[in-house]
Design a protein. Structure first.
Length: 541
């Protein structure tokens, strides 16, 4: 190999290179034609020093529109993120911007060149994890042999490299996992971690105490998602914006992606709202025409702000047909900024806002999570309501073992003047009812009469049964109280759930996908019983 050829690859400054090589494809073709091991070794070192060079020259992806394989050239968002990224990033974005693909490529480059690197991609569902691994698999399969590391394992979710093509030890592992398990990633010390579509994760608390604790001090972490309402992702993003976490916040609106543009017809007509959007962000007619066409897609009249937001606020606000006045809830949420409970117990799970007042009568609503141990599927909630003032004065909320939760419920009830306990008796709630009734001998349990069709007589049932008859009544009573503004809320956890309480296309009112409504239903129990009757034992309704 002559000196000109070395300079050509190493520094890319020679006249010969500038005359002959006019594109990335020409450059790569030139290397293929040389078939020179020393030349490829120089290129390997160039790629190791410059990951973006490696990605844009040697990695291939599937074109989103044509479904054809093409060389990975950064789009507008990927270029911007390359300049802005840090060691810890949290990203709110519009759909299909290529952020996940860019992160996968960054991690793959590390695994190809940095010894002992362990990279983990976590997708929100199985199909997405399969797509991510397919992308990573294509990165590897389309590499030229002189740059392709030697692999040891190649499964549906793991790729392991032993050595570089030139003999350097790598011992790197790349995992693609699904966020459907509570024990995901336990036992893996990650150098790179990517949490994709984080807003759709179900077991965030377990993730924080498991996989997130396995990170090395120098780990790279990327949390990214489209927004899906006021959830854990929203909370983490707000913390990052306030400087309360180690993450750098990024927001990428739809209009900074040049692909979101269509040639507009002459005399394009815009609504008043569209005119405001165009003026606010200095958009072109082509961009507004794309916006108009996207609005015509099924569901986009409601979810446009969530899927293709122009601002951070719009991204989180528009997430379904909220059954409450969203702006009023947001105003209340902001009012409670810095309004801390007067006392906290159980590591912050039990928050007290107003201490028990003598002679006040209280109702405690109890919604018990299903499952035990690592199989707990949702959160347990216990809400204390003051009948005299209309305040939610205390609340217990979190992933709590039923064996512990039932004891906390009895203690909270006794603490608040032996409050009426309204315990949902479905599934694991029955265990809480039985404990309070038989073991704790709690004096004020909600109960009701129903006809025992087998014995043809009335029978006493303890606890509250949520079914097709009572559930609509629970929801309607709650909506009525909120509309009348007779419920005083201090706990932002309840407001967060209310912001994601939506009416689905099938007419059912429940939590938005990826969110929770356990605290809401515990609150519904106290409001229902307060309005319709406290049962046959104790003071009358």
């Amino acid at each position: 190999m002559n000196p000109d050829e070395k300079l050509l690859i190493d520094y890319h400054k020679t006249r010969k290179f500038n005359e002959l090589i006019t594109s990335v494809n020409d450059y790569c073709q030139f290397l293929y034609e040389q078939n020179d091991e020393e030349l490829w070794f120089i290129e390997w070192n160039k790629c190791a020093e410059d990951p973006d060079w490696f990605i844009n020259h040697w990695l291939f992806i599937e074109d989103r529109d044509t479904r054809r394989t093409k060389r990975f050239e950064y789009n507008d968002i990927q270029k911007l993120y390359s300049k802005q990224k840090s060691k810890r990033d949290i990203i709110v974005k519009a759909r299909k911007m290529g952020v996940s693909t860019k992160v996968c490529a960054d991690f793959f480059a590390d695994n190809c060149f940095k010894e002992n690197t362990k990279s983990i991609n976590v997708a929100h569902d199985y199909i997405s994890s399969a797509e991510i691994f397919s992308t990573v698999r294509m990165f590897y399969d389309r590499l030229p042999e002189p740059l392709k590391p030697l692999e040891r394992y190649n499964t549906k979710k793991e790729l392991e490299f032993t050595r570089s093509p030139f003999g350097q030890i790598l011992n790197t592992k790349y995992y693609v996992l699904t966020a459907g398990s509570k024990d995901i990633g336990r036992g893996i010390d990650a150098d790179n971690l990517h949490l994709s579509e984080f807003a759709s994760y179900k077991y965030v608390e377990e993730l924080n105490t498991g996989l997130m604790q396995a990170l090395t001090p120098s780990s790279n972490v990327v949390i990214e998602s489209t927004a899906k309402g006021f959830n854990d992702f929203w909370a983490e993003f707000q913390r990052a914006k306030k400087g309360e976490s180690n993450y750098k916040p990024h927001f990428y609106p739809w209009f900074i992606d040049s692909r979101y543009s269509l040639r507009s017809p002459a005399g394009l007509k815009l609504t008043d709202k569209e005119k405001k959007i165009k003026a606010a962000f200095n958009l072109s007619n082509n961009q507004m025409y794309w916006y108009q066409n996207k609005l015509k897609d099924p569901g986009m009249s409601v979810f446009m702000g969530q899927e293709y937001p122009a601002t951070e606020e719009e991204a989180f606000l528009q997430s379904g047909y909220c059954v409450f006045d969203r702006q009023e809830l947001i105003d209340r949420y902001n009012e409670l900024e810095g309004f801390d409970p007067i006392h906290e117990r159980l590591n912050g799970l039990f928050k007290i806002y107003v201490r028990p007042i003598k002679n006040h009568k209280y109702i405690v609503g109890v919604d018990t999570a299903t499952g035990e141990g690592s199989e707990i599927n949702d959160w347990s909630a216990c809400v204390v309501y003051d009948r005299e003032t209309g305040e939610i004065v205390a609340g217990l909320y979190g992933h709590i073992e039923t064996n512990d939760f039932k004891k906390y419920v009895a203690k909270i009830g006794r603490m608040y003047n032996k409050a009426r306990l309204v315990i949902e008796n479905n599934s694991y709630g029955t265990e809480v009812v039985n404990y309070c009734r038989h073991d704790d001998h709690y004096p004020r349990l909600y109960k009701y009469k129903e006809v025992d069709r087998v014995k043809n007589r009335k029978a006493t049932r303890y606890g509250f049964s949520t079914n097709t008859r009572t559930r609509p009544m629970l929801v309607l009573d709650f909506l009525e109280v909120i509309e009348e503004k007779t419920l005083i809320i201090y706990d932002r956890r309840l407001i967060s759930e209310m912001l994601n309480f939506v009416k689905k296309d099938n007419g059912k009112i429940e939590h938005q996908e990826g969110c929770r409504d356990d605290y809401i239903f515990a609150t519904m129990l106290v409001l229902f019983v307060n309005k319709r009757g406290l049962g046959k034992i104790g003071f009358a309704a």
